[in-house]
Design a protein around this ligand. Structure first.
Ligand code: PRP
Ligand code: URA
Length: 209
């Protein structure tokens, strides 16, 4: 069963509160999203497998540890997921980056796919799917289906703010995918926006309000 991890570190909570404030401008919003993504990436990668490696320090030979096994890929859902990539890449500088373009139809609130470019060996990689907002869950669920069609088997979904509706949707359609979020909010309004949420993440990142 998919697990919901709420990353409730004080630094994450503090930075998210600033992001939620409607007075926070795009520059600060972007920087805070990058910082939180890095902090959350630390939690999300906590159980990456290690393997021993023999190294020589200036004083002695030793058996140290290195990350083993499958390589990683970061896949943001465009547009807003782009704001999480740089923070994750600071932790995982050799990860490949794929892109999935989805937008929510304003009337139906259903996701519409317009772009998909993934590393050719994505099926052999551990994947972090990133999008700040998990609202109805339609975008995340469709992106996860697309990744699985490309052979991905080890996927984690990382967001900033989740609604219970979106969590339920992802967990029922993708029970093998763990969700990492900084906050679980009350629910959705009539326009399928998260309440209290932080508004339209893409617009706040790119200043297109
Ligand atoms: C937002 C957000 C998610 C989606 C969440 O993107 O970044 O992708 O909505 O909603 P859902 O869970 O109900 O599918 P949006 O469609 O506004 O596109 P944008 O990132 O290009 O602004
Ligand atoms: N997309 C957003 O950017 N914000 C929401 O609250 C819901 C969907």
């Amino acid at each position: 069963m998919s697990e919901l991890h709420i990353v409730n570190h004080p630094l994450v909570a503090h930075k998210l509160s600033i992001m939620r404030n409607q007075k926070t401008g795009s520059k600060d919003f972007r920087e805070l999203l990058e910082e939180i993504s890095m902090l959350m990436g630390y939690e999300l990668t906590r159980d990456l497998p290690l393997e021993p490696v023999e190294i020589e320090t200036p004083l002695a030979r030793m058996q140290a540890s290195t990350i083993s096994g499958k390589k990683l890929a970061i896949v943001p859902i465009l547009r807003a997921g782009l704001g999480m990539v740089d923070g994750l890449l600071r932790l995982l500088p050799v990860a490949k980056v794929g892109h999935i373009g989805l937008y929510r139809d304003p009337d139906t609130h259903l996701p519409v796919e317009y772009y998909c470019k993934l590393p050719p060996d994505i099926g052999e990689r551990r994947v972090i799917l990133a999008d700040p907002m998990l609202a109805t869950g339609g975008s995340a669920a469709d992106a996860l289906t697309l990744l699985k069609q490309h052979g991905c088997r080890k996927i984690r979904f990382m967001c900033l703010v989740a609604a219970p509706e979106g969590v339920r949707r992802v967990q029922s359609e993708h029970p093998d995918v763990d969700i990492f979020t900084a906050a679980l909010d009350q629910g959705l309004n009539d326009h399928a926006y998260i309440v209290p949420g932080l508004g339209d993440a893409g617009d706040r990142i790119f200043g297109t309000l």
